[in-house]
Design a protein around this ligand. Sequence first.
Ligand SMILES: NC(=O)c1ccc[n+]([C@@H]2O[C@H](COP(=O)([O-])OP(=O)(O)OC[C@H]3O[C@@H](n4cnc5c(N)ncnc54)[C@H](OP(=O)(O)O)[C@@H]3O)[C@@H](O)[C@H]2O)c1
Length: 133
Amino acid sequence: MMPPILVTGGTGTLGRHVVSRLRDAGCDVRVLTRSGRPAEDGVEFVTGDLASGAGVDAAVAGVERIVHCASSYQGDPDAARNLVRAASRAGTPHLVYISIVGVDRIPMSSPVDRGMFGYYESGAGRTWRRSRP
Ligand SMILES: NC(=O)c1ccc[n+]([C@@H]2O[C@H](COP(=O)([O-])OP(=O)(O)OC[C@H]3O[C@@H](n4cnc5c(N)ncnc54)[C@H](OP(=O)(O)O)[C@@H]3O)[C@@H](O)[C@H]2O)c1
């Protein structure tokens, strides 16, 4: 039996579709969420918080693949870092990191840009690339 695929943000707009497609492909799925819920049809839910790191070790235990769809408008480099560190402790799972198509080509030059789309800079690609070890 294949280990489950961990989907962070599996309750979110994108992650729900990822979970559904993985189930259609016959994969067992584990979802990391801040609010626990009972398992349903091949999907188990593990309670954890990527921002604090609580519960993340349990979420990554035994998985070989992680699809990281969790996100917040405050940006998520700390969350991504906590996930990568927990994954490293668990072994060497393959990690799919979701970004936004073309995010690094979108100009961020005015306060209005930053007010509306500031998370483009901090969460979806740029800071991650700068802070990657
Ligand atoms: N939606 C789009 O059209 C779109 C387009 C391009 C790219 N993307 C990218 O796709 C990713 C996901 O976007 P989305 O629109 O699906 O986001 P979303 O609907 O706002 O969902 C956010 C998800 O992140 C989880 N989450 C937030 N903070 C968390 C934390 N501290 N610990 C654990 N889980 C946390 C939430 O889970 P719980 O609330 O259950 O804890 C929720 O499932 C982002 O990187 C985004 O930039 C999305």
